[in-house]
Design a binder for this molecule. Sequence first.
Ligand code: TMP
Length: 254
Amino acid sequence: MARRRQIYEGKAKVLFEGPEPGTIVQYFKDDATAFNNKKKGVITGKGVLNNRISEFLMIKLAEIGIPTHFVRRLNMREQLVREVEIIPLEVVIRNIAAGSLSQRYGVPEGTALPRSIIEYYYKNDELNDPLVSEEHITAFGWANTHDLDEMMGLSLRINDFLTGLFLGVGIRLIDFKLEFGRLWEGEEMRIVLADEISPDNCRLWDLKTNEKMDKDRFRRDLGGVEEAYQEVARRLGILPEGGPRDLKGPETMQ
Ligand code: TMP
């Protein structure tokens, strides 16, 4: 079978041209990076798990009316998504202080925030994804005020929903990162949730023990990285049927 045209290779995913115009295939890799590519590694089975976890969460979000780019999962490592124009922002929603917020403002990790905080980072590896304000975003034309209102509204709804969903399986949603895209339907433009939602871009702590169940285990060399991702999938009820042995998944690409 003819090899599909690769559109883009990112740090954790490869994008291929989809079967129909306006679609893209997202292939989830096991590669992991941190600190803007300074730290590199492989988390065996991560691609299979993140494909499943992101599928599960995007479907649940669509059920409550959040527009997403997700169409369907194709196989162990691939999903079909709508082609969107990615807004060059990383939208971070925080419920509990951790990571860069703790460092930047001197708030101890684990401190509950008085309300959810939304931050925007400009997606640019060369600049190290700098924190930006709405002023920067509108002045430089990355998004307009309408786009920002839409992204903030969706982010808060997603946060409320995911906080409850994870709480139900004994996990505290500390913070997470979202990306949005513009979906054009003729003259009409809609902002939709894009990229992925997985332990790569969420902080997830066990409700009882506060044990970390996300990419911080890799970033901070805590060990048990594969097991943590598996445990998140297991609690969500979506561990691949054959269990961890199934995680390697088919490596062949059409
Ligand atoms: P931070 O505390 O390092 O700013 O991270 C906040 C959240 O965003 C955390 O859940 C991890 C996620 N994140 C990404 O998904 N990609 C990134 O490049 C960074 C820096 C963080």
